[in-house]
Design a binder for this molecule. Structure first.
Ligand code: HEM
Length: 438
């Protein structure tokens, strides 16, 4: 659908979500960077302009430069977001990121492997006897929440509350046109989440597990130079960023595999391709579609003058389908050479949780492909997309499968010592890259 004045706004409509990448292509062929008068923002759809903009110091990540200009309902939420690394620039950004980046080092993430395997196995074992599940509600939502809550030592009984606070906040971040009531709800949910985290981090009867993220945060909080509100705001960021995005990744990746049975078959035959498949699935249908920047001063971007204060929306989903970098961009190809997708961003704000998201995604793919080899859409309800410009994810994805023979135990994929058991007969379990070494 070519419009007289190009605009990204129709992407918000569920109808366009179904053909989102065709829509992006129409925008990109019109212009890789254009002024959208409906959104009052520059829209960048080409890979070169998106990737160069993420490292351009003339473009700021500060989302609310003037808190007083934000509506009264949204202002409390905006105040918290302004303390998060995601919405900060140097030098604050490096300081805020430094506070918690240790918890996401390759070694720290690797230590979570057994926990993720166990959680995936439990979820599949619970769903398996029925031969049906809603991938979103049963797997994609609970898994990342479990892992990020484990990282923060959040007790089991408190997790549903955290999920319920996170949703309205994610909705407000993904949609700048919410009505006053929804904005008020998002602000209140953030306040509730912060109050909870403050109490959790100072609970004397519940000391943090050594080397846990909570131990790190507690140690930082005891440092008198540290602003406790900054720490809390960034823990809230981890909770929200750590599960909303990965939830969408699991849903989108599963849908892509269901639509491409040959690609799924190839992965079952070649589990060594799973890391490449994770990257390709992230490229193919990015959970985060937009990154927002604002010009600090007049600057040149792809030959255009972006004026001080103007907003630039970097459309990762469109950049990921740019044929200049990804030949045949609409083909899902796990052996695609080169090309860096933009799904985790780029530059100083590159996703802090990328290694964790990749690991969760890889373990889920391996489990679905090997334990539920005839996974198929169950055909009752078409997949439904969430309404958001920023996040792309399904609200439900119903699937059916033949229950695996060990459905009652759920232990086939991971034995007591964490070593690989016999998986699908078509795969070599010993070669699977996602099980701990025996
Ligand atoms: C597939 C899942 C994920 C996707 C697609 C994703 C995507 C992104 C993107 C695009 C950015 C950069 C935003 C920008 O430059 O404006 C980002 C930043 C960030 N992500 Fe993720 N993310 C995912 C998972 C996670 C997880 C699991 C965590 C934490 C547990 C996390 C924590 C963060 C944080 C803290 C930042 C801000 C980094 C900074 O500002 O320096 N993300 N993510």
């Amino acid at each position: 659908m070519r419009t007289a004045t190009p605009s990204l706004l129709p992407a918000f409509r569920p109808r366009i979500q179904e053909r989102l990448y065709d829509f992006y292509e129409e925008l990109r062929t019109t212009d890789e960077l254009f002024w959208d008068r409906h959104l009052s923002a520059w829209i960048a759809t080409g890979h070169a302009v998106v990737s160069s903009a993420t490292g351009n110091p003339g473009l700021s990540s500060v989302r609310y430069p003037d808190l007083e200009a934000v509506s009264e309902e949204l202002r409390p939420l905006a105040r918290v977001l302004s303390r998060q690394m995601l919405y900060s620039d140097a030098p604050d950004h490096a300081r805020l990121r430094g506070l918690i980046s240790k918890a996401f080092s390759p070694r720290a993430v690797e230590a979570l492997r057994a926990r993720i395997l166990e959680a995936v196995d439990r979820i599949i074992a619970e769903a398996a006897p029925t031969g049906r599940m809603d991938i979103v509600a049963d797997l994609a939502r609970p898994l990342p929440l479990t892992i990020i809550c484990d990282l923060l030592d959040v007790p089991e009984q408190d997790r549903p509350a955290l999920a319920s606070w996170s949703e309205p906040v994610a909705e407000a971040i993904g949609n700048s046109r919410l009505d006053a009531d929804r904005n008020r709800e998002a602000s209140q949910s953030m306040a509730d989440m912060l109050a909870y985290l403050r109490e959790l981090l100072t609970r004397p009867d519940n000391p943090p597990a050594p080397h846990s993220l909570r131990a790190l945060v507690t140690a930082q909080a005891e440092n008198t130079d540290q602003d406790p509100d900054e720490l809390l705001a960034n823990c809230a960021l981890l909770l929200i960023a750590g599960h909303e995005t990965t939830t969408h990744f699991i849903g989108n990746a599963t849908l892509a595999l269901l639509h491409h049975p040959d690609a799924a078959k190839r992965l079952r035959e070649r589990p060594d391709l799973i890391p490449a498949a994770v990257e390709e699935l992230l490229r193919y249908d990015a959970p985060v579609q937009l990154m927002l920047r604002r010009a600090r001063h007049d600057l040149d971007l792809a030959g255009r003058t972006v004026a001080e204060g103007q907003t630039v929306l970097l459309v990762c989903g469109a950049a990921n389908r740019d044929p200049a970098v990804f030949p045949d961009p609409h083909v899902l190809d796990f052996e695609r050479p080169g090309g860096r997708h933009m799904s985790f961003g780029h530059g100083p704000h590159f996703c802090l949780g990328a290694a964790l998201a990749r690991l969760e995604g890889a373990i889920v793919l391996e489990a679905l492909l090997t334990r539920l080899p005839d996974l198929r859409t169950d055909g009752t309800e078409p997949p439904q997309w969430q309404r958001s410009l920023n996040f792309r994810g399904l609200t439900r994805l119903d699937v059916a499968f033949t229950p695996p023979s060990d459905a009652d135990t759920g232990t086939r994929a991971l034995s007591a010592d964490g070593s690989p058991n016999a998986l699908d007969p078509t795969t070599d379990a010993g070669a699977c890259p996602f099980r701990p070494e025996p």
